[in-house]
Design a protein around this ligand. Structure first.
Ligand code: C5P
Length: 238
C-alpha cells in the first residue's frame, strides 16, 4: 500500500550516497527515483541494491528512440522489476504503443505484474520561451495536454507533467491516469533550473498522485528533517 505520495529523486553520483540517503529516509519514504546520473554511474546493480532496502523504484530514463529500440529496452526494464519507469511522449504514438505492448507481453511471459509506464510530456525546466525557441507554437499547457492525450491513447498508465497542468490533465484524461509531478519546491526553496514549479501541498491539492522531490531534500543540511517538514505540510491533503 502507498505510504505517502512522496518520491525522492536520488540524483547523486554513487550507489553509496544513494544507499545512505535511502537508509536515512526509508522510515518515511518508500518510493525512490533513479535517474540518468546514478544509473549511468552504477548500472543495474544500483537498482538491485536499492530494491533490497525494501522500497519501490521509479526508473526515470525517459526512453526516446525508434519504436523497435524502445520496445526492446522496455523488455529489459520489465526484467529489472522496477515499479515505474518513463518513456518520452515526444517519441510519438507508435513508440509509446509498442513500449506498452512490450511491457505487457514481457511481464506476462515472466509471470509478474507489469510496471507502471509513464510518458514524460514537457520537462518542468522548460517554459513558453523554450518551446518557442524549439519551434513549438502551442502554449505550454496545450502542448502538455496534446502529448498526454496521445500517451493515453497509446495505452500508457499516466504522465509526468508540471504541477501547473494537473487540473487540465484531470479534466481531459479523467481520474484513472496517473499524474506524477516534479518541479516541486517547498516554500523558500530555490527554483534552480526548474521553471514551472509549485509547493508540495498545492500540487497534491490539485490532484497529483505522486510528487517527485530531489534537491530540496537531498541537498538539505538535514534531509530527514526536510522530509518530515514536507510530510507534515502535506498531511492534510493525502
Ligand atoms: O531536484 P529537483 O527536485 O528539481 O528534481 C526533479 C527530478 O525530477 C529530477 O530528477 C528530474 O530528472 C525529474 N524530472 C523533471 N521534469 C520532468 C521529468 C522528470 O524535473 N518533466
Amino acid at each position: 500500500m502507498k505510504k505517502n505520495p512522496l518520491i525522492v529523486a536520488l540524483d547523486v553520483p554513487s550507489k553509496k550516497e544513494a544507499l545512505d540517503m535511502v537508509d536515512q529516509l526509508k522510515v518515511y519514504v518508500d518510493f525512490y527515483k533513479i535517474g540518468l546520473q546514478l544509473f549511468l554511474a552504477e548500472g543495474h546493480g544500483v537498482v538491485e541494491a536499492i530494491k533490497d532496502c525494501g522500497v519501490n523504484i521509479f526508473l526515470d530514463l525517459k526512453l526516446h528512440d525508434i519504436p523497435n529500440q524502445v520496445a526492446a529496452a522496455c523488455r529489459e526494464l520489465v526484467k529489472m522489476e522496477v515499479s515505474m519507469f518513463t518513456v518520452h511522449t515526444q517519441g510519438g504514438f507508435e513508440m509509446m504503443k509498442r513500449a506498452k505492448e512490450a511491457v505487457e507481453d514481457e511481464a506476462f511471459k515472466l509471470g509478474i505484474s507489469p510496471p507502471v509506464v509513464l510518458g514524460v510530456t514537457v520537462l518542468t525546466s522548460l517554459d513558453q520561451k523554450d518551446l518557442t525557441d524549439m519551434g513549438i507554437n502551442r502554449k505550454v499547457n496545450e502542448q502538455v495536454l496534446g502529448l498526454a492525450s496521445m500517451a493515453t491513447e497509446a495505452g500508457l498508465d499516466g504522465v509526468v507533467a508540471s504541477p501547473n497542468e494537473i487540473s487540465d490533465l484531470k479534466r481531459v484524461l479523467g481520474e484513472d491516469n496517473m499524474i506524477v509531478v516534479p518541479g516541486i519546491r517547498p516554500k523558500g526553496a530555490a527554483k534552480t533550473d526548474q521553471k514551472r514549479v509549485m509547493s508540495p501541498q498545492e500540487a497534491l491539492t490539485k490532484g497529483a498522485d505522486y510528487i517527485v522531490v530531489g534537491r530540496p531534500i537531498i541537498e538539505a543540511i538535514d534531509p530527514l528533517n526536510k522530509t518530515v517538514e514536507i510530510l507534515n505540510e502535506i498531511k492534510g491533503v493525502c
